[in-house]
Design a protein around this ligand. Structure first.
Ligand code: B4P
Length: 185
């Protein structure tokens, strides 16, 4: 199965993707994590993306598309994959569709994690990752509203969108996600 987790920063995409991947036996592809690793290792790409991550801005599409295209060729992605935090722009979504079509491995479902802003802010401030300060969080929320939210309509029009309430406990959200995924199997 190929599954996309879509949702604002702090919705719990990463938290839940790890657990759902274990449950379903599929690979976890988090573009946020991959970019942070590049930055930690101070690779050429890592140096290019550092400012975007620190300022809460989306990294340029082509950089993200390149790392995803390489990653999905790895063996552990063969049984399936959860794409956590990717795609994040319409351009990424369209390019991703072309890539998957060319491999004859279309998306099965896109799950939107729905949650209100107050709860997001609380979660992110509590986590306190390097990019979890108020100014960066506000920018990440703006990026989400302006650039990522249009994907909800994009996938809804294709009838592969499922929306899940992400405001409950980790266990409740996990069960809702499994149910949403099972509804398309
Ligand atoms: P990401 O790494 O994707 O991070 P995120 O959206 O902020 O967080 P996520 O939703 O995964 O929340 P989490 O589970 O951790 O992106 C970081 C940056 O990378 C972006 O700002 C951007 O610059 C760049 N980037 C990534 N992908 C890109 C792309 N495709 N294109 C361009 N740029 C890209 O949960 C947050 C906290 O809440 C945790 O502390 C967790 O423990 C807690 N939590 C989770 N679920 C909970 C629950 N049910 N109850 C209580 N707490 C909960």
């Amino acid at each position: 199965m190929r599954i996309v987790f879509l949702g604002p920063p702090g919705a719990g995409k990463g938290t839940q993707a790890k657990r759902v991947c274990q449950e379903l036996g599929v690979a976890h592809l988090s573009t946020g994590e991959m970019l942070r690793k590049e930055r930690e290792r101070r690779t050429e790409l890592g140096l290019l993306v550092a400012d975007y991550l620190d300022n809460g801005q989306l990294v340029p599409d082509q950089m993200v598309l390149d790392i995803v295209a390489d990653r999905i060729e790895m063996d552990d992605c063969k049984p399936g994959c959860i794409f956590d935090g990717f795609p994040r722009t319409l351009h990424q979504a369209e390019a991703f569709d072309r890539l998957l079509d060319s491999r004859n491995t279309p998306l099965d479902v896109v799950v939107e994690l729905v949650i209100e802003q107050g709860e997001l802010l609380q979660r992110l401030m509590k986590r306190g990752r390097g990019d979890d300060n108020m100014a960066t969080i506000r920018q990440r929320l703006r990026s989400y509203e302006n650039q990522t939210e249009p994907l909800v309509n994009y996938y809804s029009n294709r009838k592969i969108l499922r929306s899940v309430d992400a405001s409950g406990s980790m266990e409740d959200v996990f069960q809702s996600l499994l149910a949403a995924i099972a509804s398309v199997q």
